[in-house]
Design a protein around this ligand. Structure first.
Ligand SMILES: [Zn+2]
Length: 227
């Protein structure tokens, strides 16, 4: 049986049918033992210096990605973390991503133009994945054209616009996630996505597992976590 893959969750999973990547907020949360994780400086919490604290952690083979990191232009966030500082920290993590050959999981709120600009102006040597995507098909097209992967979460149950975006997704650029939602499991997100894409659950599981292997290179995957 192919596993379900949850590329971004704030909780640990003990299910043997799910491979999940636990998000770790650098400087605020512990790195999990025996569980895949991603680690990054979240734009809400810019209180750590990533180069100093993250280099050792990034050598851990269970660390599959850098993130979530990125930019957030909500007023309440900008008041404490100005855009210039957010950009500086984000760029530090892009450098780490290139250096350690790990993909980036990106948090982007109200600033897709700037993100596209950064992607074009810096060397981006690794895959970049927009997590918790909630935008319209026009923005998806611009992101896909620039080479991004896009990860959809539980909003695909509610947002009509997002459902339209998902329907138009090439499935080799698609990921799914549950993020901080505890009332949904990843199996339900897969079922809803398969319905919207008009493909079978097994086809979706196959393709996302392929995407997972292509993007995250989980070479150290334990046998019992795989199957
Ligand atoms: Zn998250």
């Amino acid at each position: 049986m192919l596993p379900f893959v949850n590329i971004h969750t704030h909780y640990l999973s003990e299910s043997t049918s799910v491979i999940s990547i636990k998000n770790v907020i650098a400087g605020r949360e512990e790195v999990p033992v025996n569980h895949y994780f991603s680690i990054g400086v979240h734009p809400w919490y810019l209180n750590v210096k990533p180069q100093v604290s993250m280099n050792d952690i990034l050598k851990n083979p269970l660390c599959l990605a850098i993130g979530e990191c990125g930019l957030d232009l909500q007023k309440s966030i900008l008041q404490k973390n100005p855009i210039s500082i957010q950009k500086f920290v984000f760029e530090e993590q892009i450098i780490l991503s290139n250096q350690y050959q790990k993909p980036l999981i990106i948090h982007c709120v109200k600033c897709f133009d700037q993100l596209l600009h950064i992607r074009k102006s810096l060397p981006a040597l690794q895959p970049w994945i927009i997590h918790g995507y909630n935008k319209n098909p026009k923005i998806s097209q611009a992101l896909l054209k620039a080479g991004f992967y896009i990860s959809f979460g539980t909003l695909i149950f509610k947002s009509k616009t997002l459902q339209e975006s998902l329907k138009l997704m090439p499935i080799d650029k698609l990921f799914l996630e549950t993020d901080d939602q505890q009332n949904y499991n990843i199996e339900a997100v897969y079922l809803q996505a398969a319905k919207l894409l008009e493909i079978s659950l097994s086809e979706l599981k196959f393709q996302i597992f392929e995407n997972f292997k292509t993007v995250f290179h989980p070479a150290q995957l334990k046998k019992n976590m795989y199957l």
